[in-house]
Design a binder for this molecule. Structure first.
Ligand code: 4NP
Length: 190
């Protein structure tokens, strides 16, 4: 169920949250045989920032003719919105820029840390939760903040736009787009 504006923020999953450890049934975790670079974008709810990052990165990959070289997905550290489409405000700002968002919210799993080559967090709270799961699995994924790749205020966070207005989503779109352009340049050169 989507939290209403003004509602208190749900709690983070704990070490005892078994749902964060369940493997998705369709996951191919055979990373060494994969010819593609796999990238997972992660935020809290997986309905605003990480679906935007996934959609923008896929759009840039497609525009560069590199669709066969990348596997792209997104997930949330929380489970409250699992199964939902992206937030309507995220979908609107994306479509205004010619980007379609096709994801359904899901929660990150331990298998994600085994499978994905790059795991990209929107903020430091996500980063801490990802690193906690990675530590439990012995993952060798590259784990970064998305804005390490931004040309403006690099190293900063992508702010959570959920409780704000449309301008927050445009701001998020622009910083995610800038960062994804640099991230793609980095990964295609690797
Ligand atoms: P996201 O935004 O992490 O960018 O998907 C949020 C979505 C939902 C909530 C918080 C942030 N929530 O509190 O339900």
């Amino acid at each position: 169920m989507r939290a209403e504006s003004g509602a208190s923020r749900p709690q983070q999953p704990t070490d005892h949250d078994e749902s964060a450890l369940r493997a998705p049934e369709t996951m191919d975790s055979n990373k060494p045989d994969s010819p593609r670079t796999s990238v997972l974008f992660v935020c809290l709810g997986n309905i605003c920032r990480s679906p935007l990052a996934e959609g923008i990165f896929l759009h840039l990959v497609d525009r560069a003719g590199l669709s066969d070289r990348f596997e792209v997905d997104s997930a949330g550290t929380g489970a409250w919105h699992v199964g939902e489409l992206p937030d309507a405000r995220a979908a609107l700002v994306a479509s205004q820029h010619g980007v379609e968002l096709a994801s359904r919210a899901r929660q990150i799993t331990e298998d994600d840390l085994e499978h994905f080559d790059w795991v990209i967090a929107m903020d430091r709270e996500n980063l801490r939760n990802i690193e906690r799961i990675a530590g439990a699995t012995g993952s060798d994924a590259e784990i970064h903040l998305l804005r390490e790749f931004d040309t403006v205020n690099d190293g900063d966070e992508v702010p959570d736009p959920y409780y704000g207005g449309a301008s927050g989503f445009e701001n998020v779109y622009e910083m995610v787009h800038r960062s994804c352009e640099v991230l793609l340049d980095r990964l295609r050169a690797a």
